[in-house]
Ligand binder design. Structure first.
Ligand code: ATP
Ligand code: MG
Length: 174
């Protein structure tokens, strides 16, 4: 699977609708402190089904919704749309939207789907050759400072190979 485009609206600091193209190859997100780099990574994780408020740096799931500033009122929903191309070359559009007091809902190519359908879709993609690998700011420093064996584990994790080892151990223990 290859990611092509990300659309954000009301998600964290992205109060106005924003569209980010994701070109083939390695993508780096750079910019001054506080400009929203980590929020972009979190948006990608969130649309893929991340549900831990802690890994989204919030106390609750609704904390991803733009909370307002001194001169802008808060939003009542957040939406992230991920455009991708699947392994068969078919376009894929996944949307996740959360409304205050109403929880979050997913759509896949326009149809309502369950959270489980989305996490299964990306669980499979993570083990593929073109797996989406997200490396956060903190991890970069860890990769540089790590011992070779640790570094290999991190890279395997990023490439989605770690999942294969887990499945192999699981198969071997049967
Ligand atoms: P750094 O270089 O320091 O890591 P960064 O580019 O990764 O910064 P982020 O952490 O992505 O920046 O963005 C931080 C900004 O997002 C802060 O200004 C914070 O107030 C804002 N922000 C986070 N959540 C929300 C929210 N729910 N509503 C409004 N703004 C938010
Ligand atoms: Mg950051």
């Amino acid at each position: 699977m290859e990611f092509r485009k990300l659309r954000l609206s009301g998600f964290k600091s992205f109060v106005e609708p924003a569209e980010l193209r994701i070109e083939p190859g390695l993508t780096g997100v750079v910019g001054p402190n506080g400009c929203g780099k980590s929020n972009v990574l979190e948006a990608i994780r969130w649309v893929m089904g991340e549900n831990s408020p802690k890994s989204m740096r919030g106390g609750g799931m609704e904390d991803v919704i733009f909370a307002g500033t001194a001169n802008r009122p808060p939003r009542d929903f957040a939406e992230v749309v991920l455009h991708a191309v699947d392994d068969k070359g078919e376009p894929l559009e996944v949307t996740r939207r959360i409304e205050r007091g109403a929880g979050s809902a997913y759509r896949m190519n326009g149809d309502d789907v369950r959270a489980k359908d989305v996490s299964l879709l990306f669980a499979d993609a993570a083990t593929g050759a073109h797996s989406p690998a997200l490396v956060s700011q903190g991890k970069i420093a860890q990769v540089i400072a790590a011992k070779p064996t640790e570094r290999r584990m991190m890279l395997e994790e990023a490439a989605g190979i770690a999942g294969l080892h887990v499945r192999r151990r699981d198969a071997e223990s049967k």
